[in-house]
Each structure stands twice: as structure tokens, then as C-alpha cells.
Design a protein around this ligand. Structure first.
Ligand SMILES: NC(=O)c1ccc[n+]([C@@H]2O[C@H](COP(=O)([O-])OP(=O)(O)OC[C@H]3O[C@@H](n4cnc5c(N)ncnc54)[C@H](OP(=O)(O)O)[C@@H]3O)[C@@H](O)[C@H]2O)c1
Length: 244
């Protein structure tokens, strides 16, 4: 193992969408970036697209629903780079757009929670062990306004017609995980924040969304590179704090 001189960031679900843009922008800022993807071919293709631009980008196989895959990826990061400075928990699914909470099955809820909340928690636990060794870390959880309880109960919300109860609950839980990790890690200079990227033109967001993946990546990249006196335990949108 050789200790990397540059800061190292791991981004999950970075083969496409917002995650790919976060990887691109972080590597553009001089970080070594590891693209985590559950499909080897897609992950290697994404890595090559950025490496061809001269960026220092690597790939690691990582399915966030599989604890063995998570721990293996954490081990590879430590063995290869000797450090980890930033983790962006970006991988996410929304598979219940037309489902009412009154009909939500526990299977569907379980599937969504595994990707959007349990995976980020397990991966954060593993990554914190590496970050703690050099007393520096930034964890960014890609959440959503759809998971903000304040927004869910607001009848004037732009999203009031949207159902997606499992997705919403998974992001509410991810926000809770963010707050708890931030509370626990403050003394170790590991800053943990959640961010809503807005409604973004990706496979998940659809073609009519107003925000580009490039714009959506900006606040997560800022949070992944915060100075030591930066915020922790916050929920942000376009660089501004928003209510949980
Ligand atoms: N788009 C929006 O409007 C919007 C709004 C608010 C929040 N978000 C959040 O932003 C994040 C990124 O979304 P996106 O819009 O970029 O979605 P996307 O284009 O659908 O990309 C999702 C990414 O997550 C990966 N992924 C899914 N399940 C995975 C698993 N088990 N293990 C590893 N990777 C997995 C996908 O990999 P595959 O290619 O293998 O499927 C893909 O790389 C998500 O957390 C989402 O909830 C998006």
C-alpha cells in the first residue's frame, strides 16, 4: 500500500447521472476519484470517459445493497490508496412513483431502503474507519426535498402531487442517518451533510427536469471539499440550508 498524496474521494452510483458529474467535478478539482458502480462494464466505461480527459479517476465494483461488496470496496480503497477523504453516497433508486402510502408493500419499502439508506449507513461505517486514521473526512448524502418532513406536510409544496412513499421515507431515514453520523463524528473532523440536488435531468428525474446534472453536482462537490470549519449535520439545497 502506498499513501496517495492527493485527497481521495469515493462516489457511489457514479457511472451515470448526478454521480458521474460529481466524480467529474471532484476530479477536476484535483482529487483522486473512485467511481463506485455495481456493473463492472458501465463503471469502467465511465472511468475511461474521465481518464481520457486526463483526470485521475479509478473504478471499484460496489453494489450498495450487498454488505460483502461494500466491505470489499472499503478494503480495496484502503489497500490501494491508504486514505479516504470524501465519500458521496449518491446511488439511489425510485421505484414507487405511482404507489400510495396506503398500498405500499413492505417488500417495496425494504428494497428502496436497502439502496437509499441501509447501504449509505453501512458504507459510511466502513469509510469512517479509514477517515478516522487521518482525522479528516467529508461525507455527503444525496437526499431529496421529497424526504423532508416539513415539505411532506406542506399542502403548498411543489411536490405535493408526487407519491413515491418508499422513496420519500428512504430519504427521511437518510437525513436521520446524516444527523446521527454528524453528531458522532464532529470531534474527528469528519463533516457529514445531506443535500437535495433539485429536480435533475437524469434517468431518475426524467427529461423535463429543470436542473442539469452539472448544476446538480455543484453543492455536493462543495460539501465534499468543505474546510475544517465548514458546516456539519446540515441539509442543503443550492448551497443554502433547508428544513429537514
Ligand atoms: N434526479 C433527480 O431529480 C433527483 C432529485 C433528488 C435526489 N436525487 C438523488 O440523486 C441521486 C442520483 O440520482 P440520479 O438522478 O443521478 O439517478 P440515476 O441517473 O438513475 O442514477 C442512479 C445511479 O445509482 C446507481 N445505483 C442504483 N442502485 C445501486 C446499487 N444497488 N448499487 C450501486 N449503485 C446503484 C445506478 O447504477 P446502474 O446504472 O447500475 O443502475 C446509477 O449509477 C439519487 O440518490 C437520487 O435519489 C435525484
Amino acid at each position: 500500500m502506498q499513501l496517495s498524496e492527493r485527497r481521495v474521494a469515493l462516489v457511489t452510483g457514479a457511472n451515470r447521472g448526478i454521480g458521474f458529474e460529481i466524480a467529474k467535478q471532484l476530479s477536476g478539482k484535483g482529487l483522486t476519484v473512485i467511481i463506485g458502480a455495481r456493473d463492472e462494464q458501465k463503471g469502467l466505461e465511465a472511468q475511461k470517459r474521465l481518464a481520457d480527459k486526463g483526470l485521475d479517476v479509478h473504478f471499484t465494483l460496489l453494489d450498495v445493497t450487498d454488505s460483502t461488496s461494500i466491505m470489499a470496496a472499503v478494503g480495496r480503497v484502503e489497500d490501494t490508496f491508504g486514505r479516504l477523504d470524501a465519500l458521496v453516497n449518491n446511488a439511489g433508486i425510485m421505484i414507487d412513483t405511482e404507489t400510495s402510502v396506503l398500498e405500499l408493500s413492505l417488500d417495496l419499502l425494504q428494497n428502496t431502503l436497502e439502496t437509499n439508506a441501509f447501504g449509505p449507513l453501512l458504507l459510511s461505517q466502513g469509510c469512517v474507519q479509514i477517515m478516522s486514521k487521518h482525522q479528516y473526512g467529508r461525507i455527503v448524502n444525496i437526499s431529496s426535498t421529497l424526504g423532508a418532513l416539513t415539505d411532506i406536510v406542506n399542502p403548498e409544496s411543489d411536490y405535493t402531487e408526487m407519491k413515491s412513499p418508499a422513496y420519500r421515507l428512504s430519504k427521511t431515514l437518510l437525513n436521520g442517518i446524516t444527523a446521527l453520523l454528524a453528531k458522532e463524528l464532529r470531534e474527528r473532523n469528519i463533516l457529514v451533510n445531506a443535500v437535495c440536488p433539485g429536480w435533475v435531468r437524469t434517468d431518475l428525474g426524467g427529461p423535463q427536469a429543470p436542473v442539469s446534472p452539472e448544476q446538480a453536482a455543484e453543492t455536493p462537490v462543495w460539501l465534499a471539499t468543505l474546510p475544517d470549519d465548514g458546516p456539519t449535520g446540515g441539509f442543503f439545497r443550492e448551497h443554502h440550508p433547508m428544513p429537514w
